[in-house]
Design a protein around this ligand. Sequence first.
Ligand code: SF4
Length: 338
Amino acid sequence: MRLTPMERPKMDSLISVKDLSIGFHLRDLMLPAVEGLSFDVAAGETLGIVGESGSGKSLSARAILGLVPSGGKVTGGSITYQRAEKSEVEITKLPKNGKEIRSLRGADIAMVFQEPMASLSPVHTIGSQIITTLRQHTCLSKKAALDRAIELLNQVGMSSPAEIAEQYAHQISGGMRQRAMIAMALSCDPRLLICDEPTTALDATTEAQIVELLAKLQGDLNMGMIFISHNIGLVSEIADRVMVMYLGQEVETGPAKDVLRMPGHPYTRALLNALPAFTEPGQALATLQGAVPDPTSRPSGCAFHPRCPEFAGSQCKNKRPSLHQLAERHRAKCHLHD
Ligand code: SF4
């Protein structure tokens, strides 16, 4: 069954992205980096976004904070944020560094970045960086902000929070730096937390601890969360719903358990087949050949067709597939469902 109109969410959305397109200027051309993307996230819900580098997942998340890099531009669609008092803000229409978007960033909507060393200041203590964020968005005194910073460091599992508050980023481990970033992101009680590959630089044990911490905090604080990763196994551990992206487009979205058990798109199946958990003992891990193409040389028809293990002939090569509804809240964009 064709999806017209797009499936609507069941719960009140905190953030509602509709038909979002983002492009980058290259000489006289506008190259599409994200095309026609639609998704919603509700309070208390985690949406996982998965895809290889170049799929547009981080760019789409940054657009929610009005942080599309220079040279890039939202070329279509909308991003609507529902404030606590139920008024709506159309983020794509706000001036890039205006007062309103700055009041949302770090307060209502916060982000945990991939590499804390690049995000934390090397010349300010962990505590002073959290205090600065707190004092930008609240009326707390310096003393109250310090107390709150220590409380936040405790909340993210730091065993000596007062001591950590006085240390610099280079004095603590990678896992602790990421916990400090999470504490900073939580400092103003965000309603939506965006985690962009938050465990990429960590070893497997620390990665598991950070994922567990984020899941606990999301539940305790009833936040909406967007968790971005190239690792579909990791995303499915934490997400309620999973959206798989390829070359700037959604190719599949559904409840995490449905996407895992009955993936509806060959790209999702290829990502899952590359996981050790989906491989029989003694069998070699499956690999997906090739790489995500450059946006300047987008393949015709289905953008995945040159790499697709289930390529189904000329229609894949010549015609863009539409989104098909596979089950309630589960959809995929592939000609195999025509
Ligand atoms: Fe593969 Fe064709 Fe489906 Fe694209 S439309 S994912 S090429 S089967």
